[in-house]
Design a protein around this ligand. Structure first.
Ligand code: UD1
Length: 365
């Protein structure tokens, strides 16, 4: 089976790593090509993850870069079509919900190539979120839908997807986390940053709804300023957020409060910081899941989540971007009223093996 797997943006790299490892155990069955669209291109947003996670250098790099949604999506489609026509793969594997995921799915399906989506069925029901559009378009087209939990299965069934397309495999990002946790724990990142274990929070913030909208951005910063009086906050800043903070003249806010601003971090460094954190504040998707597996309380700075299992079973609480709600929940954690969580079914480090097991079954058919 000739397979092209696609990555483009930071959250894709930790998802593809265990799949490549599992595919490489069956080189007699699979001819695998790794393609990087170039959606993320800074070394701190891309190269460092290849090094940390031992992902082989991409066989093909499209070098598409940034742009508006239509530009980025369109450019990926134009370039990816040429590759598909030349290589004629039997299967394209896409992961997550970024523009690269949707662009490559549409391109491959228009050429009648089978596509498998890893992390299918997640729904926030928030159509202002670009990722929700990517998820819907991707899932409706894909042939094999690998899901992380039963909520995702139910979402797909409710949309009329037939059962034989849906394969509940668990969470590949958790494969990566469990594989690297011990090594990450031995790093001295928190010491270098100047914080002590369980006495600080980590923060990620980059959603357009939080940082492109000035009022929302300021509300969140005001809440963070108050939290940081009790608990220092370590903040590896995303390029989008840095750009918007500069545009709105808000960079001084971090210096004036107990917020340690860092450049984007590699996988192992950030995992070290999260293992040792008292609390995780985030608007990203993956971190809601990682905090659940690490058993660290997580406050999600969004109005909704496509990963409800992290709230129902894990350590996650949705707090939106209103200052009052953020502070109310943050102080519960600071005062030790910690949310206990459980680890969801099949988030056990073997999801990629299940995916490859399913593909081997297709090979035999
Ligand atoms: C993308 C994903 C988002 C994911 C996030 C993780 C989509 C729609 N969004 O958002 O789901 O959570 O990645 O980071 O696909 N930039 C750089 N260097 C880079 C990449 C981006 O400076 O290597 C800057 C550019 O100014 C760019 C902006 O960040 O315009 C936004 O990048 P883009 O890939 O469009 O979206 P993200 O906000 O990173």
């Amino acid at each position: 089976m000739k397979i092209i797997s696609v990555v483009g943006a930071r959250p894709n790299f930790m998802k593809i790593a265990p799949i490549i490892m599992a595919l490489n155990k069956h080189t007699d069955k699979f001819e695998h090509t790794l393609l990087h669209t170039g959606q993320h291109y800074d070394s701190s947003m891309s190269d460092v993850f290849f090094a940390d996670l031992g992902i082989p250098k991409p066989d093909i790099s499209l070098g598409v870069g940034s742009g508006s949604h239509a530009e980025q999506t369109g450019n990926i489609m134009i370039e990816f079509e040429k590759i598909c026509l030349a290589m004629k793969p039997d299967l394209v594997i896409v992961v997550g919900d970024v523009n690269s995921t949707m662009a490559c799915t549409i391109t491959a399906k228009k050429l009648n190539i089978k596509v498998a989506h890893v992390e299918a069925g997640l729904r926030s029901r928030d159509m202002t979120m670009p990722e929700e559009i990517n998820r819907l378009c991707t899932d409706v087209l894909c042939d094999y839908l690998y899901t992380t939990d039963h909520f995702a299965d139910e979402n797909l069934r409710a949309e009329g997807v037939s059962d034989e397309k849906i394969v509940f495999v668990g969470n590949v990002m958790v494969d990566t986390l469990l594989h690297h946790k011990e090594l990450a724990a031995t790093q001295e990142t928190y010491k270098k940053v100047g914080v002590t274990p369980k006495s600080y929070a980590t923060l990620t913030l980059h959603r357009p709804s939080n940082v492109d909208d000035k009022q929302n951005f300021i509300q969140i910063l005001e809440a963070l300023a108050e939290i940081s009086q009790k608990l220092p906050i370590v903040f590896p800043i995303h390029p989008r957020t840095k750009k918007m903070a500069a545009e709105y003249n808000l960079i001084h806010f971090f210096d004036e409060n107990n917020i340690v601003l860092l450049e984007p971090l590699g996988y192992l460094d950030f995992l070290n910081l999260n293992i040792n954190a008292k609390m995780i504040l985030t608007d990203s998707g993956g971190l809601q899941e990682e905090s659940t597996v690490l058993g660290v309380p997580c406050l999600t700075l969004r109005e909704n989540t496509e990963r409800p299992i992290t709230c129902v079973e894990g350590t996650n609480v949705i707090v939106g971007n209103s200052k009052e709600k953020i502070l109310e929940e943050a102080f519960k954690v600071i005062e030790g009223k910690k949310t206990e969580g459980e680890i969801p079914e099949k988030w056990d480090g073997h999801a990629a093996e299940r995916i490859v097991g399913h593909l081997l079954g297709l090979e035999e058919k």
